[in-house]
Design a protein around this ligand. Structure first.
Ligand code: MSP
Length: 512
């Protein structure tokens, strides 16, 4: 098993300000990055913005700005959001950077040299909103408007000279690749979708445009700009210094461990991207995971539908960790999920304030009153103690496997159960009645503190800021959190001082 782990978010179009759908992709990716770090992996976590193409050029024109000034302005809002979301990304790439255009140009030249690209003419449908080409049978007419059946975006007829990538040649190799790498596309339903799409036949793909200029020029023919998806996908390589394949980052982190994306951009990542890479003799990434959408009502939240929820407003009102917890726990991962303030408030009140916050407060203030903020000495663990502590040991391999298979709901269910039984443990053991049995009292409090430590470590990738406050009372900081330490039941040093804990989550007054 490699010690290195490379995870990416999609790079976002800076065509308008970020919304909850973007925040969702980023928060989930951050969960995996943080989890892998505390598992001891050497992680590289990448996010950024996708700044070329007709969509951005038009958005800039509508805003009466030249494309680069427009991108500078909007890309900054994505960068700011990544900070506001407390993302632990190692890099933020912009496709207007030189390191990126050098990398794209290099890849293009290799594809050309490998006879994978030829000049011809494209005539067909194009959606600027999706930056995607569609066949006749993928387009329908609604209210006199031509619409893509796949995305619902409007399409326009395009006829122009274009370079083509020999995608048709890659049908068989791709099918072979999918069958040899069963977990390349997850979840399984999406894998099946992709396989039937590829089985139905692949046509060569138009990979350059001539009717606008905002993009990376085709090196051998400056009248053309490189198709924005070929440009954008290459960001995953350019951030690792490609074409410098001897660079430490490239050597350590390629092929990527996980490209986390929304299901709407699956075809680009699971079909075109591995085909481009195989055609250039570069290993494809190890996994593409297509998550579902955040819905607003019944519809995908998107700028063009005008139904967006602003993550910044929610964070300002409720705080970041509640939003992170809610998105990670409440949306069944892989499926669509609609979000509502009511559900968010319930989550804050029950899971965060009651179950986690309260457990921490009760145990620490009991300790403060009775042990003067010192960790008591543990004595013989009873069966009850061992049972509850051992849950973590028994489940340890499953927890790692769940996260490695992106089964985060399983991971969160485990945490929820442990919160429930840890609260129950504290209630049932009634330490307030054990003042005459010093040994037992010590042990109950030791075990309770130990449970809080374990749960906080497990929750760290979900709500880093709040769990770090809790772990700090034990003198554990971000750099020394180790998932492996869940297996230790005597991790805490007796007599060590604890520090006080301020309120973690304020309850929200809900209006019925
Ligand atoms: N620029 C391309 C990605 C290029 S990656 C080489 C793009 N950008 S996007 O800004 O439109 O979308 C970026 C990501 O946000 C996608 O994964 C998309 O699925 C996700 N989301 C956008 N709206 C969404 C929801 N309403 N819900 C969840 N995620 C969705 O596509």
């Amino acid at each position: 098993m490699s010690k290195n782990y490379y995870i990416t978010t999609p790079i976002y179009y800076p065509s308008g300000k970020p919304h909850m759908g973007h925040a969702y992709s980023s928060i989930i990716a951050d969960f995996f990055a943080r989890f892998k770090r505390i598992q001891g992996k050497n992680v590289f976590f990448l996010t950024g913005t996708d700044e070329h193409g007709q969509k951005i050029q038009r958005a800039a024109e509508n805003n009466k700005l030249d494309p680069l000034s427009f991108c500078n302005k909007i890309s900054k809002t994505f960068l700011d959001l990544s900070k506001k979301l407390n993302l632990s990304n190692d890099d933020f790439i912009r496709t207007t950077e030189k390191r990126h255009s050098d990398s794209v140009t290099h890849l293009w030249n290799i594809l050309e040299k490998n006879n994978q690209i030829y000049l011809s003419k494209y005539s067909g449908w194009y959606s600027v909103s999706d930056e995607a080409f569609y066949n006749d049978d993928e387009v329908e007419t609604i209210n006199n408007q031509k619409i893509s059946k796949i995305s619902g975006s409007s399409v326009e007829w395009v006829e122009e000279e274009s370079y083509f990538f020999r995608l048709s040649q890659w049908q068989k190799p791709l099918l072979k690749f999918y069958s040899e790498n069963k977990n390349f596309i997850l979840p399984e339903s999406r894998r099946n979708e992709v396989i039937s799409f590829v089985e139905s036949g692949l046509k060569d793909l138009s990979v350059s445009r001539k009717s606008f200029t905002w993009g990376i020029k085709v090196p051998s023919n400056k009248d053309h700009v490189i198709y924005v998806w070929l440009d954008a996908l290459t960001n995953y390589l350019s951030a690792l210094n490609y074409p410098n394949v001897d660079s430490a980052n490239y050597k350590s982190f390629w092929p990527a461990s996980l490209h986390l994306i929304g299901k709407d951009i699956l075809r680009f990542h699971a079909v075109y991207w591995p085909a481009f890479l195989l055609a250039a003799n570069i290993r494809p990434p190890l996994r593409i995971y297509g998550h579902g959408w955040i819905l607003s009502g019944e519809k995908k939240m998107s700028k063009s539908k005008g139904n967006i929820l602003d993550p910044l407003e929610i964070i300002n009102k409720y705080g970041l960790d509640p939003l992170r917890y809610y998105l990670i726990k409440e949306v069944s991962f892989g499926n669509d999920g609609s979000i509502s303030l009511e559900k968010l408030e319930n989550c804050i009140n029950s899971d965060l304030a009651n179950n986690y916050g309260n457990l921490c407060q009760r145990v620490i203030s009991f300790n403060e009153k009775n042990f003067n903020l010192k960790i008591p000495e543990s004595h013989d663990f009873t069966e009850d103690d061992i049972y509850i502590l051992d849950n973590y040991v028994k489940e340890f391999p499953n927890l790692i496997e769940s996260v490695d298979n992106q089964n985060i709901n399983n991971y969160l269910n485990f945490i929820q159960n442990q919160l429930f039984i840890s609260n129950k443990y504290f209630n049932d053991q009634e330490p307030w009645k054990k003042k005459n049995d010093k040994k037992r009292l010590n042990t109950i409090i030791y075990v309770s503190l130990e449970l809080i430590r374990k749960i906080s470590i497990m929750l760290y990738p979900v709500i880093p800021e709040s769990t770090l406050k809790v772990l700090k009372i034990y003198n554990i900081n971000e750099k020394n959190i180790q998932f492996e330490s869940l297996k230790e039941h005597n991790f805490l040093e007796p007599n060590q001082n604890l520090s006080k804990l301020s309120i973690l989550f304020k309850k929200i007054e809900t209006h019925d």
